[in-house]
Write a protein that binds this ligand. Structure first.
Ligand code: NAX
Length: 324
């Protein structure tokens, strides 16, 4: 059995937190031979609710759960942390503009970035789920100068998985028959779900009806979160948690041969996206490191979609840059 690792989950009393913690403790994220110590970070009014979650975690008697720390102090939460799933964020309130939302979250993620910088393991792997996820990840990264900037990522895996589910329904195949799906850009309605490289059982997906692709598939994936809120009366939680587990598992334990996944990571100039934003790319992972899949052909249509989502991320950046 390996030595336990410390995994921080922020927003631990929220609905995604409730779906996430039990799966991490069960070994779904880091494997059946990796014990974990969970660090639960919440705000003071939610600490009672967190205690209830701690009791339930204890009552599962998970063999891999070697401890739980529950706190409202970021400096305690990030102490010696190896993994962080930053889920807690400020939701958009009535009358709140997008820029207000960016500012409110910028405060939360700058505090957490500093706490990570001062207390976490230097090779901590960070996944931001709380929205606006890409820009929140950028803020945390900018406040943690002693941690490799590449360790800060944001979640577009839910969008990736939603795209696989749509393709599976359309082409009447299982999701694991499908490989090489890509989400480019921001986790927002400007994201670009790109099927141009998708394969079914190793063969190129041919005869994709362009009208279906542009008018149905892309908007369905982009608007799926809103459709779930409309149907359920609450935003996606179990699917978001499941995708966060997928993101971290692939990053830590690797991606399958012949396939790739979508992760929002610091842009490095690949595919013409200049450094300075957290942008979703196709990536493969091995030995705890991700690498961008290079040299994929990009059509004029794809380029225009990539440019649009990049432009949105640059605008988000300019709204919070003064806090760096
Ligand atoms: P909830 O409102 O159920 O839970 C959020 C929790 O975060 C609350 O318990 C709150 O007390 C806590 N919190 C707030 N500020 C905090 C802080 N400074 N430190 C620690 N905890 C804090 O929301 P939930 O449905 O769990 O969603 C969480 C976030 O995920 C939201 O920002 C949401 O927009 C985002 N999502 C992101 C997705 C993605 O694909 N990237 C998809 C799902 C989800 O919508």
């Amino acid at each position: 059995m390996k030595q336990p690792v410390r995994v921080v989950v922020t927003g631990a009393a929220g609905q995604i937190g409730y779906q996430l913690l039990f799966r991490i403790a069960a070994g779904n994220m880091l494997g059946p031979d990796q014990p974990v110590i969970l660090h639960l970070l919440e705000i003071p009014p939610a600490m009672n609710a967190v205690q209830g979650v701690v009791m339930e975690l204890e009552d599962c008697a998970f063999p891999l759960l070697h401890g739980v720390v529950a706190t409202d102090d970021a400096n305690v939460a990030f102490k010696d942390a190896n993994y962080a799933l930053l889920v807690g964020a400020m939701p958009r309130g009535p009358g709140m503009e997008r820029s207000d939302l960016l500012q409110a979250n910028a405060k939360i993620f700058s505090v957490q970035g500093k706490a990570m910088n001062d207390h976490a393991a230097k090779d901590i792997k960070v996944l931001v789920v709380g929205n606006p996820a890409n820009t929140n990840a950028l803020i945390a990264q900018q406040n943690a100068p002693d941690i490799d900037p590449g360790q800060f990522t944001a979640m577009t895996r839910l969008d990736h998985n939603r795209a696989l589910a749509q393709l599976s329904g359309k082409f009447n195949v299982q999701t694991n028959d499908l490989t090489r799906m890509t989400i480019w850009g921001n986790h927002s309605s400007t994201q670009y779900p790109d099927v141009s490289q998708v394969q079914v059982n190793g063969c190129d997906l041919t005869n994709v009806d362009q009208t279906w692709y542009v008018d149905e598939f892309i908007p369905t994936v982009q608007q799926r979160g809103a459709a779930i809120i409309k149907a359920r009366g609450a935003s996606s939680a179990a699917s978001a948690a499941s995708s966060a587990i997928d993101h971290m598992r692939n990053w830590a334990l690797g991606t399958a041969a012949g396939d790739w996944v979508s992760m929002a990571i610091p842009s490095d100039g690949s595919y013409g996206v200049a450094p300075g934003i957290i942008f979703s790319y196709p990536v493969t992972c091995a030995n705890g490191q991700y690498s961008i899949v290079q040299d994929l052909p990009v059509s004029e249509f794809s380029q225009s979609r990539i440019d649009a989502t990049e432009a949105e991320l640059r605008e988000e950046r300019s709204a919070v840059e003064h806090l760096f």
